[in-house]
Design a protein around this ligand. Structure first.
Ligand code: HPA
Length: 247
């Protein structure tokens, strides 16, 4: 099978890559069950690119029901070595207001009850992967350079806090996350990043800030309509950024 130059996992509000051409939909089960939907493999900027909608193309899967293992396994078995994850998030600290695109360099995992490893005891294998830098520095650098080349503003760095959802957080939970050092809050960053590391994939997170987290910024009520409008606006630069990343 031909290698895939880049796999993209789309988050809330990013269900298709319009610029992907000659696409083929690849369906099928993995040893870990079914992925969130078909992997669409096609050409983008002359390169072979795979796209998978994390929540399903009709957004039918909440964050705690996504089969993260099947998704990453499927991408890897199709020949992907680099995964760019797009994650919709809330902003906690000042630099991360709505409509910002961010490239976090750290994360804290607050999720619970999710299957978080490929090595669950079957086969007797025990794997403690290094995870000091949860996002692959070389891929982060490539994204940073692509953003600069395509004049897309990107906030570089920051800590992503992964919460369980699907409800949003309380003000006290966000205040605690701020004290912990989180800049961003989202529900899908883990176990995805850890599983990618277990498979040896390069993995980076492009976080799309949809709203201020509870008690932050203007402290407005968070509505789905605002979230989607902000994701749409912030994602407008994505095609140019992807072109530059693949060039
Ligand atoms: N919290 C958690 N996840 C999110 C948020 C939020 O405020 N906004 C978008 N995804």
């Amino acid at each position: 099978m031909d290698a895939i130059d880049l796999a993209i996992i789309g988050g809330t509000g990013v269900y298709r890559l319009a610029s992907l051409e000659d696409t083929q939909a690849i369906e099928g089960e993995t040893p870990y069950g079914a992925p969130s939907g078909p992997v669409r493999v096609g050409r983008l900027a002359g390169r072979r690119v795979a796209f998978l909608a994390r929540h399903g193309e009709g957004h039918s899967l909440p964050p705690h029901r996504v089969n993260y293992r099947a998704n990453l396994w499927q991408l890897e078995s199709l020949g992907a070595q680099r995964v760019l994850a797009i994650n919709t998030v809330g902003g906690i600290t000042e630099r991360f207001g709505p409509r910002v695109l961010a490239l976090p360099d750290q994360l804290i995992d607050y999720t619970w009850g999710r299957t978080s490893s490929f090595w669950d005891g079957e086969g007797g294998e025990l794997l403690h992967v290094d995870f000091g830098d949860p996002y692959t520095p070389s891929l982060r650098q490539a994204v940073r350079e692509a953003a600069a080349k395509s004049a897309i503003e990107l906030v570089d760095g920051g800590c992503y806090g992964a919460t369980q959802g699907p409800r949003l957080e309380t003000r006290a939970e966000i205040a605690r996350m701020r004290r912990d050092g989180c800049d961003l809050v989202g529900m899908t960053g883990m176990p995805e990043a850890g599983l990618a590391r277990e498979l040896g994939l390069d993995y980076a997170c492009l976080a799309v800030v949809a709203n201020w987290a509870a008690g932050c910024g203007d402290d407005a009520e968070i509505t789905l309509a605002d979230v989607l409008a902000n994701v749409d606006a912030a994602s407008a630069g994505l095609p140019a950024l992807l072109d530059a990343l693949l060039a």
